[in-house]
Write a new protein. Sequence first.
Lengths: 442, 580
Amino acid sequence: MTIGRHQLDRRSVLRGGVGGAAVTLGLPALEAMLGPHGDALAAGTPLPRRLGVFFWALGVRLKLWIPATEGAAYALSEELAPLGPYKDYLNVVTGMEVKSLGGVHHSGTVAMLSGTSPLERGGAVNTTFRQRSIDQVAAAAIGSGTRLRSLELGVIRDGILKAEGTTTRAISHNGPESPNLPEFDPAAAFTRLIGGEVRPGESALPLRRSVLDTVRADAVALRARVGAQDRRRLDEHLDGLRGIERRLEPTPGCMAKAPPAVAMNAAMPPWDDIARLQCDLITLALQCDLARAFSLGMSMPSSDPVLWNLGETRDHHTLSHQEPGEQPTINAGVLFYMKHLAYLLGRLKETPEGSGNLLDSTAVFGTSEVAEGKGHSTVNMPILVAGRGGGALRYPGVHFKANKESICKVHLSVLRAVGVPISEFGDARNRATEGCTAIEAA
Amino acid sequence: MHELNPGIARRRPTTRAALPRAVAALTLATAFGCVGSISDATGGRGAPGPRGAPGPAGTGSAGAGADPLPTGPPATPGLFAPGPGGLRRLTSSQILNELRDLLGPTVVLPSGLEPDAPVQGLVAIAGTTAGIPERMLEKLETAAYDIARQVMNGPALRQAVVGCAPGPDDCTRAFLQKFGARLWRRPLEAAEFDRYLALTHTATTQTGDPARGLEFALTALLLSPNFLYRTELGPPDAKGAPRRLDAFEWASRVSFLLTDGAPDAELWAAALSGTLAGPDQRRRQVERVLGTPAARRGLRVLLTDILRLADLDELRQQIAVFPQKTATLGRSMREETLRTLEDLVFPRDADLRGVFDQTFTFVNAELAKLYGLPAPAKPYDRIALDPNGPRAGLLGQGSFLAGRASPAATSPTRRGKYVREVLLCQSIPAPPDNADMAIPDDLAKSQALTTRGKLQIHRAAPACAACHALVDPIGVAFEAFNGIGVYRTTEAGQPIDASGDLDGLPFKDARGLGVLLAAHPRLGPCVTRTLYRYGVGRVEGAAEGPFIDELAARFSGQIPLRGLLLELAAADAFSMVGAP
């Protein structure tokens, strides 16, 4: 399909970013192609559905997180309060069970994002994923036609563990040893989304294609000589070549101004600014249909950044174990994460598409690596499902209090909502064959 | 399987009997799922069980029985069979080294390549398991265009790389035959010539510039799996197993082991001329390469990997707790350790056991200040430590003391675990899923308790005790050094007690532990095994044990790193692989 290049018009300029001067997005993109009823593209194709993962480290404070009441009339808890404006779009799930073997942080991260235990790569705290993470499961089904098969962004880049395998480096994985490392720099992420990388071949796109074809032939020839594991590695090489190829053409129909360079102050990194910019970029990517699967890691599993913006002088991770009493700083951390989830949901909701908005067509799965930082347990993990998932998810949202059902039921609901045709999810310990019906549209 | 080297088969390991019985006593009552026994680190010689528990080869709770290092009896005594062949992906550092060696110092190389994640403790093993995710390939594509442009735009560099006037097929062929083959570390095959000639033609026609034609060809050569991976498969027509690496594969295997880069000109010429066929010829090349400056680079990369020094790029210590922390301090600490070991290996090749209690080190100004030493005349000059002082040897260095600590405190647990895992090749199970890691409020707040005291309370919980008892009594040796490596005599108003025990042998402080470690019967076999894993990029299988044992035994208890590398690289066993 071809989308014509549009003029930037005032109506479609959206606000965002640092001090109001940041990412200016002029994005009528799909609008011009919508059919008369505004709920499908002119050609009769339904509006795209999107899946996102919103992840933060070190869990929540369960007693301040779990809503006191259940069902549609539930009242938001203290830690969920920032999501108030989007409560209709929010399903809160508590009481689910995750069965995962592995070191703390690792077991929770991998199971919450892929439904299995981690794959050990040298002890229980050096691991990688066994399977694709849910964003990649979705990308395989809904991401093949977009410029990026999936978009991986991160916010807090400090304190990432580099010696514990790939699990602590990336929340999105294609499988073992194949992390999709998040881009922490909004400007670099923007370039990748929109294009504009200057390469010698830019003036001669067919030649870049010829280079890729030549390399592809090398990979295919080598593939014939090796064993099964190495064949998978060369398949990954081939996938990568295809990914580059689909980004050869500049993005059509989507005009946007690059985000400002974020001044990094090592002692006081502007986490808030970066988080907002990354949420703006996700909005841009969805609005221009550049990606349909995304993940945003506010902080990476097991990382130990100092959240100076909360007044911390010691790292958040150590503090989660040691802060005495009611753990006010840890509570503030959860509120900080939820504030940015609210910002993301707000951006999606205020961005019209068809007769609705982007949040209508999106399912955001929000979770963490442990239930509570203090004990690092994986009992009663925080789970949020935001957005209507194209109408498949319950609206207005509910608080569903489960009695130890498999987390994979939620995975299944979310994946099916965005159109992934699967009948089961998770490994033998967690396998679900039916969704979490309480959060599905009746 | 057949016997490759009768010499290996006949010789019996000599160190096996030396394991102290105390090891067996380490096995504690299992509680709440934490297997309270050390096991042979990360598998090898039999599949590891879940959660690092002993695998089928070492099932049961007897510590020594779960502990095939130096080795339990091999499945078939004395028979060596190599592990499977396959592809080795170049690490980020190897990509950069090869390009720098081939293109010289004027070329600006990519800076944004993500360092590789270690697998089973080694980046070298990641090279046989990890592929190249799309995001990394994108970065490599950008880098490939950038490098190719620099090469073709610089007249001198272009002349050096291409060697003829671009345009005629003969020149393209010569470029592919010389530079292309060097880059891929093997001659191109006929079909590959055709493919790259065709690409050069297309690009020349479309751009109207023969040099740009070669630029696109070079870009493709750089992005090809034939550059980014190297094969260890034996000849293309090889059938069955074991099979001998071809000359080019062998040259690469040895060169990347010893220099972290591709074969140098002389090794390359030897591979081309077919003079690597005999064991003596191969041994001479190994000896020669070990004498080149590149071998020093290779040693630094090797040590960084096996001693887990990569994460010192960024110290995790918190500045509010440790005002001594600077942006460069972690790198300075790594440099100290690398200089120490470099000094040991080149030119002396002294016994590694000596570094555990030696009383000199190599510091720059900021480290000297941290250690309370006078500043050296030049950065990393050798400087004497107080022969009777608390700080001595490798484990008195910041790379260990700060590198294995918590962000805000010491960690006897992490320090002890490092000693077990890295120096003795024993793995420690992670905390069980149901471990309650919450620090009770009164304990967290306590200003009256030492770290040692807090850990003792922690060990009162049976679920925690089993595993902590394996590591904490070692780690407390270093309590006289705070979380960033500064010497201290008190904590929480109490004098430091750094006494503990290693496998039942008592020590009174870190120096005493150093002496015990130097004499520990597992140290030499552990170092040897780690070098082997680094060299082959895999955890060894049972049938590779006899060779490792023989290698470890060859120096009668001494541990000369360069000698071990020479014997490993020159060994017949190192030139063989199994079927992929």
